[in-house]
Each structure stands twice: as structure tokens, then as C-alpha cells.
Design a binder for this molecule. Structure first.
Ligand SMILES: C[S@@+](CC[C@H](N)C(=O)[O-])C[C@H]1O[C@@H](n2cnc3c(N)ncnc32)[C@H](O)[C@@H]1O
Length: 453
């Protein structure tokens, strides 16, 4: 990062500073939220900042490939690299900004964050790019390597996806992987009807489109919904449409009285369960991290559903030894690699490795294995992840069923009956199916024990 301590409300300066921090290990969504909170930015500037940050992260490998011939072996500061990437991003992906404006603004940022010399260096590189153009990715002969540079995804991930889904399906999936994520909301049905939320958002100049994926869900455009009055009044919450599916598949009938949410923070699904059940139902919501438990509580408070939720800091693997109670339903929305969220958290692709995926699969199995001891006869476990890799999805379920003949897989059902003609009981939602996050949902039912038959 530049040694200079610069305070600026210029969205291009902020984008470069934010990108350098993310390159250093910060999470994109947290870092961006913090910057937006700390600075007085217009809606247009917030949009530009967000677009630049996500755009550069999403296309980082493509930009490295394009910039390499212009930089050669010269060592340049990390922030200068981020600045050049954000200039290339604007040239290639944002048609509304003319090239001379991109050059001028970028050179200005170089001078603000660096010095006159940095300004000259950035000017020279950008003018060379302007004169010579960027090299064509189709020159890369090896198809997987070409796809890797084109979509900015590591080779191991592409190879894994191809081995699990075939080349055609993988290419179709990767086609949309760098699209902007949609903003979707869930209506808090304890406080308002769908129509009331539609009207409240329309009154604040938002546009809503009913979801075709989940019930009580809308895709919203026209600004940040989290800044709306409707959000502050608890009439709605932000949640991806596919993230609503695990709770939809829990079959929360009137007979269900006790529910465990084994990995609950920040409480998106706990609060969804709470609004889907009657007054006399209790939900025990666990998370291993104390600071995250507070997030469940504050979400529950904002949505007015605290009465039904008991939170507890606990490693879900300790459930059988720490909790005697049996539950009619258990949700294991497992910690996972998050490869279904590539649009929303684009840096995941560079941070997570195949070893991480294998370690997570082990943890997921352990959690599932442990909590299964606390399910009532005929009770159910819904297992879900926001990843698209089989190691953490189908393979965990297969391993679980091999060990637990007292459980069976039953069809995962959703309110909109998604993928009705699929041949499997589990539900895979890929990011290109409905332009949502990728998700996996499996529904396991505990068989009636023979003692009770
Ligand atoms: C995918 S997130 C859950 C998201 C949440 N269900 C929601 O909808 O808002 C997984 C959560 O599992 C928690 N976690 C990780 N390991 C755990 C463990 N061994 N026991 C309980 N929670 C764990 C993480 O802290 C994280 O909050």
C-alpha cells in the first residue's frame, strides 16, 4: 500500500485503497461496507466504488495476463498494480466512461496516492496500452488455461468442476460467474405481508420483482436496501434467493415443536425459521464463535423474532455431549468453501484451495454425524452449503448414509417446486440456473426406531 496516509472521498482513490487491503487478506464485503460507512459518498459514488472493487477482483487473472507485457520484470507497488487493473477494468467493461477520462482520473489517483514519478509511470503504461491494445486471450492454445485466464479462475477449480459436471455444463456455469450479483430480500412475514413490503419499497423509489426461486422473496434494484426505512423497521431482510431454500425444505408443519440450527450465525436462516413457525416453537441457535452469536441476536431483534430463539456458543460437534434434548428438525447450514458465492465474494477463488475443501468436508461430516444423535424418530436434518463442489455436498451425504442406516434421504422440497424433473433427491442450484448464489440442499429423515414401531 502507498506509504502516504491519504484521506479522500474520491471513489477511485477509495477503490484502489480497498483493493490493496483485500489483496492483503481483508474480506471484500466487510472492507467495502467499512469504507462506505466511513465516507460521505453519493449513491452514484458508492455504486462506482463497488463496481470497481468487485470488477477488479472478478477479473484479476485476466488483468494480470493483459498487463504483464507492459510491466515486464519491473517491481511495482501493489497499489499501483490495483490502480492499473481498475483502469483496464473501466476501459474493457464500463462503456460509459470515455478512455481519455479513465486515463486522466487514473493519473490523478496515482499522484494523490504516490508522487509525480508514479503519475508519470502510470501515464506511460496507460498510453502504451492505448497505442498497442491488449493481447487476445484466444492466443492461449491450451483450452483449460485459456478458460482460466478468460474467467479468472484457478485451473484446479475448473478441472474439478469439469470432472464433476462435464465440460459443457461447466462452461455454461462459468459463463455467468462474473456477472453482478442481484440484491434480493425476504419479507419478514411476522410484521408485514408481501404486498405491504412491495408498497413500502415502492414509496422509497425501489423497484421490486417477485422471485421465481423462493416464497416471500423479491429482487430489488434502485439503491442499497439496507439503507431503506423498510429495512430499519424490520419489514424485510437481505438474503439471497437460493439461501432461502434450506429452510423452505425443513417441512415446518404444526407438529414440529423443537428446532436446532447448528451453525446459525449471522442468523439469516434462524430468523427465517422463526417467521415460519408458530408461537410455541423454540429454536436453539448455535455458533462456534461468540462474536457471531451477537449477529444472530441483533438480526432477531431487528426482525422482532427474539421470543422464539435461544442462542448459545457451542461447537456443533459437541451437541450430543452438551445438549440432552432431541429435536424435531435440525438445520446444518454448514461452514463451507463458499464457491457458490463467487459473484458476491469473488476473492474466494484465489484464497481457497483443494486442501481447504477437503478439510471442510471432514468438518461438515463431523458436524452432521454428531447432531444426528439428537434427532427425534421421524425427525429430519436439512444439510445445506453454499458451495458447488461435490466433496462438500453429495460426498458428505453419501458418507453419512453409509454410517447411519437409521437415516434415509428424502426428496428436498421447495415452495416453488424447483427442478421438479430432477433424478436425485438432493437439490443442486448452480449460479447459472436462476442467476442466484449456488446452493446444495439435502433432506435426511430419521427412521422410526424399531422399539417404537
Ligand atoms: C454458512 S455459515 C451459516 C450461515 C447461517 N446459517 C445463515 O443463514 O445466516 C456457517 C457458520 O458456521 C459456524 N461454524 C463453523 N464451525 C462451526 C462448528 N464447529 N460448530 C458450530 N458452528 C460452526 C461459522 O461461524 C458460521 O457462522
Amino acid at each position: 500500500m502507498s506509504d502516504k496516509r491519504v484521506y479522500s472521498d474520491n471513489p477511485r482513490v477509495l477503490a484502489v485503497q480497498t483493493l490493496a487491503k483485500i489483496k492483503n487478506g481483508a474480506y471484500s464485503n466487510l472492507q467495502l461496507n467499512q469504507v462506505i460507512k466511513q465516507h460521505q459518498l453519493s449513491e452514484a459514488d458508492k455504486r462506482l466504488l463497488t463496481t470497481l472493487v468487485y470488477g477488479v477482483i472478478q477479473h484479476r487473472m485476466t488483468f494480470e495476463y493483459w498487463l504483464a507485457p507492459f510491466v515486464g520484470d519491473k517491481k511495482i507497488d501493489a497499489w499501483v498494480r490495483e490502480l492499473l487493473y481498475s483502469a483496464i477494468f473501466q476501459m474493457k467493461f464500463l462503456d460509459k466512461i470515455p478512455e481519455h477520462a479513465i486515463f486522466n482520473e487514473s493519473i490523478e489517483v496515482a499522484k494523490i496516492l504516490g508522487h509525480v514519478g508514479t503519475g508519470k509511470y502510470v501515464t506511460a503504461i496507460l498510453h502504451n496500452i492505448g497505442r498497442q491494445g491488449l493481447r487476445n486471450i484466444s492466443e492461449i492454445k491450451e483450452p483449460i488455461q485459456r478458460l482460466s485466464i478468460e474467467r479468472s479462475l484457478p485451473i484446479w477449480l475448473i478441472e474439478t468442476l469439469i470432472s464433476q459436471n462435464g465440460e459443457e455444463a461447466t462452461r455454461a456455469m462459468l459463463e455467468t460467474i462474473n456477472d453482478a450479483p442481484k440484491q434480493s430480500i425476504r419479507v419478514n412475514t411476522t410484521l408485514a405481508s408481501d404486498e405491504e413490503v412491495e408498497q413500502a419499497l415502492a414509496a422509497e423509489k425501489f423497484t421490486t420483482v417477485k422471485s421465481r426461486v423462493a416464497a416471500h422473496a423479491y429482487i430489488v434494484s434502485g439503491g442499497h436496501v439496507a439503507s431503506s426505512k423498510a429495512f430499519h423497521d424490520g419489514l424485510l431482510t437481505l438474503q439471497d434467493e437460493s439461501a432461502m431454500l434450506p429452510v423452505e425444505s425443513m417441512r415446518l408443519t404444526e407438529n414440529v415443536k423443537t428446532i436446532l440450527d447448528a451453525a446459525a450465525a449471522p442468523g439469516g436462516k434462524t430468523t427465517q425459521i422463526a417467521q415460519s413457525v408458530g408461537e410455541n416453537v423454540t429454536i436453539t441457535a448455535l455458533d462456534i464463535h461468540e462474536h457471531k452469536i451477537k449477529l444472530i441476536q441483533s438480526n432477531a431483534e431487528r426482525l422482532h423474532v427474539t421470543e422464539k430463539i435461544r442462542t448459545r456458543v457451542l461447537d456443533a460437534r459437541k451437541v450430543p455431549t452438551e445438549i440432552e434434548q432431541k429435536f424435531d428438525r435440525i438445520l446444518v447450514d454448514a461452514p463451507c468453501s463458499g464457491f457458490g458465492l463467487l459473484r458476491r465474494k469473488p476473492e474466494i477463488r484465489y484464497d481457497k484451495t483443494l486442501t481447504d475443501v477437503e478439510n471442510l468436508a471432514h468438518l461438515q461430516f463431523e458436524i452432521l454425524d454428531s447432531v444426528s444423535q439428537n434427532v427425534t424418530d421421524n425427525g429430519m436434518i436439512v444439510y445445506s452449503t453454499c458451495t458447488i463442489l461435490r466433496q462438500e455436498n453429495d460426498d458428505v451425504i453419501t458418507k453419512f448414509l453409509l454410517k447411519h442406516s437409521d437415516f434415509e434421504l428424502v426428496p428436498t422440497q421447495t415452495s416453488k417446486n424447483l427442478k421438479p424433473n430432477r433424478s436425485e433427491d438432493v437439490l443442486h442450484v448452480y449460479p447459472n440456473d436462476y442467476q442466484t448464489d449456488g446452493f446444495f440442499v439435502a433432506t435426511l429423515q430419521k427412521k422410526m426406531s424399531t422399539d417404537n414401531v
